[in-house]
Design a protein around this ligand. Structure first.
Ligand SMILES: Cc1cc2nc3c(=O)[nH]c(=O)nc-3n(C[C@H](O)[C@H](O)[C@H](O)COP(=O)(O)OP(=O)(O)OC[C@H]3O[C@@H](n4cnc5c(N)ncnc54)[C@H](O)[C@@H]3O)c2cc1C
Ligand code: SF4
Length: 500
């Protein structure tokens, strides 16, 4: 009797654990394009197009390899437009005695699948299981990424020399905070022209989701495993050598810089984490990139990516409701339109709208920093991040937003809030040179709003944050601020916040 193997949009890997249990001749792989998932929340047009096209290409690859694939298209008139309805229909269609899936990327879906009686198998594409993280966390008061990462490096023998880290140190981050030199040449990102299948999907998305956020075209993302591997190779050959140095830099009109732009491929399964780590380590061993570059990149994938997944599954479902700093303000309209005089925010929003991508420092120190300082409600911020980025799935988005950007978990993930004044943005970018505000001014109509917001944030959250040892020096500075200046700063911040 047939068994049914649903494969979701973020499971487009031939190595998927559930498929390893399937019989390609007797069992059926079920793939579903459903409106409920594309619209809750209303995802970026480019993200929907990327995933539907990657799904259709993956289904064709599976069929080509001899699998029986049942693919439900969005515009199939019988489509019930949600997973529960489609799994029920497929069960009946194939008289399936059992439904088996790989562990999904969202708590809500895991609950749904269990309620539907679907058997779930662990997702083996990660280098740490959920149980590994839970066991590690159970032994510690503070869950710092750095120590989890070191354990995984040693366990998987990544960048190791015997028992010791390569180069005698685990982390080379202090070498990785350089400003971009003016004359530096930034290689263009990997780009592919859409094939006929992708063109069909682009037309479908334009027809069905015209009011969603974001620009659909131009569309140049890879949509197959071969394309994603070519994008990874291009990164290793052309940008990895400078990845570490300029990881924190930002530049006007340059959304891609020396980042890898592979998160959308990794998170949907076209690339595997182990493959990216191996490629970066090989480039280092071959003498093509320095250790700080290879280590910096590997830490993002083996460290941060695995760690946030562990935090997500251990802390859900409560994690989605965390609001340790009692932030309540609605999301300002400019997060959708980019219509703000604050140039750094305008750049980050417009690039997000165009590409369904922004690099880490834009996400953390511009968009996230503003949301933190302006006390935007975490649920609204999370919804925005989940829908605007092509790489966003709740397991990776929620800890990054709630934990890293907003400190809304009270310090589970980050040892201190990533709060910064305009000086940080000015140090790491040229945005301030193109802004109507003056980053050097603290008060007055031309003062950069980040400056007053920063001190207002610290003052407002004094009771919650003052005991944090990493903020001691900053609170000493705040305490030394003359009373009149403190009052003027508070008034300036509150006046600004009232305009949002
Ligand atoms: C507020 C906020 C929200 C974020 N939301 C997402 C999200 O929805 N999906 C997502 O994949 N990443 C998210 N990140 C992490 C990071 O910003 C992106 O992974 C990265 O910008 C993707 O671009 P890239 O592939 O060019 O990454 P690179 O800078 O080239 O880094 C290499 C890879 O490391 C991994 N990585 C790096 N940082 C992280 C991190 N903090 N958490 C998990 N993986 C990481 C990614 O897989 C990435 O592709 C978020 C970060 C912040 C601060
Ligand atoms: S001056 Fe302030 S608002 Fe303008 S770009 Fe710089 S940091 Fe952003």
């Amino acid at each position: 009797m047939t068994r049914l193997f649903p494969v979701f949009a973020d499971q487009l890997s031939h190595e998927l654990a559930s498929l390893a249990r399937a019989d390609k001749h007797d069992d059926v792989v079920l793939m579903m394009e459903v409106r409920a998932e594309a619209t809750a929340p209303r995802h970026h047009k480019k993200k929907i197009a990327f995933l539907f096209s990657a799904m259709r290409h993956f289904a064709a690859e599976l069929s080509g390899a001899g699998w029986r694939v049942d693919y439900v298209r969005l515009d199939d008139p019988e489509n019930t437009q949600d997973f529960a309805g489609e799994i029920a229909r497929a069960r009946a269609r194939h008289q399936a005695r059992e439904v088996i899936a790989t562990w999904p990327g969202e708590y809500r879906i895991a609950v749904l699948l269990r309620d539907l009686g679907v058997s779930l198998v662990e997702d083996t594409r990660f280098l740490a299981t959920r149980a590994d993280f839970a066991a590690w966390a159970a032994e510690r008061k503070h869950w710092r990424m750095e120590f989890f990462y070191r354990g995984l490096r040693a366990r998987h023998g990544v960048l190791m020399r015997g028992d010791m880290p390569e180069g005698g140190k685990w982390n080379f981050d202090h070498e990785n905070r350089k400003r971009l030199p003016n004359e530096i040449v930034i290689p263009p990102p990997y780009a592919e022209a859409p094939d006929a299948l992708t063109e069909e999907v682009l037309a479908l998305v334009a027809r069905h989701f015209p009011d969603h956020f974001g620009q659909l075209r131009p569309f140049s993302y890879a949509v197959t495993r071969a394309g994603a591997q070519a994008a990874l190779r291009q990164f290793i050959d052309q940008r990895l050598a400078q990845f570490g140095d300029y990881q924190d830099a930002m530049r006007q009109g340059e959304p891609w810089l020396f980042h890898s732009h592979i998160s959308l491929y990794l998170n949907c399964g076209l690339l595997l984490a182990s493959q990216c780590i191996t490629a970066a380590e090989a480039a280092f061993r071959a003498g093509r990139v320095a250790l700080n570059a290879a280590e910096g990149f590997i830490r993002q994938i083996l460290g941060w990516r695995e760690y946030v997944r562990g935090v997500y599954w251990l802390k859900m479902p409560g994690y989605a409701d965390e609001n340790a700093l009692s932030a309540m303000r609605p999301l300002p309209e400019f997060y959708w339109t980019g219509a703000t005089d604050m140039n750094c925010l305008r750049q980050a929003v417009l690039e997000t709208r165009a590409n369904a991508y922004a690099h880490h420092i834009q996400r953390l120190m511009v968009l996230g920093n503003f949301a933190l300082l302006a006390a935007i409600a975490p649920q609204a911020v999370n919804e925005w991040y989940l829908l605007v980025y092509a790489d966003a799935y709740e397991w990776v988005e929620l800890p990054n937003v709630t934990g890293m950007a907003l400190f809304a978990d009270g310090g589970v993930l980050a040892s201190k809030p990533y709060a910064a004044s305009g000086a940080y943005i000015n140090r790491m970018s040229d945005y301030c040179q193109h802004c109507r505000y003056n980053v050097a001014e603290k008060l007055g109509p031309h003062a950069c709003p980040f400056n007053a917001l920063y001190w207002h944030f610290l003052d407002r959250n004094r009771d919650r944050l003052k005991g944090n040892p990493r903020l001691g020096v900053i609170y000493q500075s705040l305490d030394k601020m003359p009373e009149a200046q403190r009052k003027a700063t508070t008034a300036a911040a509150e006046t600004f916040l009232d305009t949002l």
